[in-house]
Design a protein around this ligand. Structure first.
Ligand SMILES: NC(=O)c1ccc[n+]([C@@H]2O[C@H](COP(=O)([O-])OP(=O)(O)OC[C@H]3O[C@@H](n4cnc5c(N)ncnc54)[C@H](O)[C@@H]3O)[C@@H](O)[C@H]2O)c1
Ligand SMILES: O=C(O)C[C@H](O)C(=O)O
Length: 350
């Protein structure tokens, strides 16, 4: 049999394995969408933009940063796919970068260095996210906002408060991207158990920092059982995987390539769902109705309008219930810090 001339990348986005294609061949049924990357010249922004440039789901790709987007844009524009790339640089071009966008990915901001927590980034990144989301409220209020900038536990509440203040808040459309936790969990579990990582799905709930990252190893698909020692070591590795990368990079940044893949994978789930594909499930950190937390990551059912519904946390083991208890103080404090910051920011900026 002849092999198709395109590169196939398979991954799990739900319990059913699914194939995602990076290709220049367009299916007539696909309605291509407009996607912006804010922070497009960065360690995540550049490879993420590359992966998006290869997607048949995208029409226009808008690259925005405070520096270097021109070069990134020209470079990407030479790739022979149908995606039209436009580069924007500096605050005065931000509005144009956002016009008519369906999906806005935000990886703008500083990354960790060894010894830092994600919360240490708040002082710089909170204002960056608040400014960018304010511009989204004014220029593309209907777009889905996918927030990558850390600390996610706080930047998603900031984004929500800003959209509310502009009267354009839609809870279906603001999502903190936690896909990297899901990818890592599948990789580490598969390595430990000799499984095919592309066929393993581990739901990861909670937040996106240390103890607040809660892998549900009791709900893996297909089911896997663990000794207590395996549970402890896998949980700890998944919770500290970001730090593992930060330490290995020794002061030059945090996860960029795996995050670009995670961001692209999440984008394709969203774009598939916007196109009317049903049954698309991916984890994300969102405003929460069904948990005791104001924001919480769970598996989400995605649809034409963004998040259709949270799938919830399912039946938790005693071990996982304890992990949630342990996460509570940090997650609640992070959330409140974001809400308080947004209130002050809005008072100052109006
Ligand atoms: N959600 C996750 O799982 C996850 C994973 C990895 C990294 N991150 C976070 O993503 C963020 C970016 O990481 P990185 O490695 O790409 O950093 P980086 O420093 O390599 O890139 C950040 C980019 O943001 C740009 N930028 C700064 N201020 C801006 C503004 N006001 N408007 C537009 N662009 C602006 C910079 O010019 C730079 O190009 C960090 O906060 C990091 O902690 C999140
Ligand atoms: O660890 C970091 O600071 C970046 C990111 O949140 C990650 O999980 O890799």
């Amino acid at each position: 049999m002849n092999k198709p001339p395109t590169l196939f990348i398979s991954f799990i986005s739900s319990v059913t394995p699914k194939l995602i294609r990076y290709t220049s061949i367009l299916s007539p049924s696909i309605q291509t969408k407009n996607v912006a990357v804010l922070g497009a010249s960065g360690g995540i922004g550049q490879p993420l933009s590359l992966l998006l440039k290869l997607s048949p789901l995208i029409n226009n790709l808008s690259l925005y940063d405070i520096q270097h987007t021109k070069g990134v844009g020209v470079d990407l524009s030479h790739i022979e796919t149908q995606v039209k790339v436009k580069a924007y640089v500096g605050k005065e071009q931000l509005s144009d970068a956002l016009k008519d966008m369906d999906l806005v990915l935000i990886p703008a901001g500083v990354p960790r260095k060894p010894g830092m927590t994600r919360d240490d980034l708040f002082i710089t990144n909170a204002t960056i996210v608040a400014n960018l989301v304010s511009a989204c409220a004014k220029n593309c209020s209907q777009a889905i906002l996918a927030i990558i900038t850390n600390p996610i536990n706080s930047t998603v509440p900031i984004a929500t408060e800003i959209m509310k203040a502009y009267n354009v808040y839609n809870e279906k459309k603001i999502i903190g991207v936690t896909t990297l936790d899901v990818i890592r969990a599948a990789t580490f579990v598969a390595e430990a158990k000799g499984l095919d990582s592309l066929r393993v799905f581990v739901p990861v709930i909670g937040g996106h920092s240390g103890n607040t990252i809660i892998p549900l190893l009791s709900q893996i698909s297909p089911p896997v059982s663990f000794s207590q020692q395996e549970l402890d070591s896998l949980t700890s590795r998944i919770q500290n995987a970001g730090t593992e990368v930060v330490e290995a990079k020794a002061g030059t940044g945090s996860a960029t390539l795996s995050m670009a893949h995670a961001g692209a994978r999440f984008s394709f789930s969203i774009l598939d769902a916007l196109n009317g594909k049903t049954g698309i499930i991916d984890c994300g950190y969102v405003a929460s109705q069904e948990t005791e937390f104001k924001y919480f990551a769970t598996p989400l059912l995605l649809g034409r309008n963004g998040v259709e519904t949270s799938i919830g946390v399912g039946k938790l083991s005693e071990y996982e219930t304890k992990l949630i208890e342990k996460a509570k103080p940090e997650l609640n404090a992070n959330i409140q810090k974001g809400i308080d910051f947004a209130k002050q920011y809005l008072t100052k900026s109006r």
